[in-house]
Write a protein of this length. Structure first.
Length: 217
């Protein structure tokens, strides 16, 4: 699993550097959003590494609790600009519901990661991604849906969320009664994360292609 952890860290670092490279050009909104997300994600992973390796912290729950709150708001703004009128209000309502659940049920200062915020986040991810896909299918434009960078981000969010829910619900139970199975779930989760950021890379490529097409006009 250590090898997978290293691969994961290298992957998100390279993605972040690539987003900086794209930022040297006339970057579009998608590239700006993904740059912000990758910047914060890399910062969080570095803080987590420092906490475990140098400060001897047994867990980084507080860091990831607030990071989950950031992700919740980030992906609301990431998708919100795609919708208009009634659809935009529905999506805002979905976001407000997720925030309300987070405020009422989550203890952000809990030293261990509160899996409830992870489940809220995963459900919001899935609903947001499916809502965007449905909206894009109904409101067809002159591009295939697979040409949209948000399509690949949406596929990644659905993949990540599906496994996270399956993993997090029995997480603490299996940690106590079946450590080997829990370790296997962690290993699979690293693989899911790696696949998730491969899809982010595709989204960055698609965003670059859109920018290149506009520049050629």
């Amino acid at each position: 699993m250590e090898i997978l952890a290293i691969i994961y860290q290298i992957e998100i670092t390279l993605l972040f550097l690539y987003s900086i490279f794209l930022g040297g050009k006339n970057k579009n909104a998608i590239q700006k959003y993904l740059f912000i997300y990758l910047f914060v994600t890399n910062a969080i992973e570095i803080l987590s590494l420092i906490g475990k390796s140098y400060l001897n912290l047994p867990t980084n729950g507080i860091i990831y609790n607030f990071y989950s709150l950031f992700c919740l708001s980030f992906f609301y703004f990431f998708y919100a600009g795609s919708f208009v009128k009634k659809s935009k209000l529905i999506f805002l309502g979905l976001y407000c519901l997720a925030i309300a659940c987070t405020v009422f049920f989550i203890d952000f200062l809990k030293f261990e990661y509160d899996y409830k915020i992870g489940i809220i986040l995963a459900m919001f991810y899935m609903c947001s991604a499916l809502f965007w896909m449905g909206y894009r299918i109904v409101n067809v434009d002159n591009r295939k849906i697979t040409s949209h960078p948000k399509f690949w981000v949406s596929v990644g969010l659905i993949l990540w969320s599906s496994f996270f829910i399956l993993r997090s619900i029995p997480m603490y139970l299996f940690e106590k009664i079946d450590e080997e199975f829990q370790n296997m779930l962690r290993t699979i989760f690293y693989i899911i994360n790696i696949a998730f950021y491969i899809l982010f890379f595709i989204a960055l490529l698609k965003s670059k292609k859109i920018l290149d097409e506009k520049s050629a006009v």
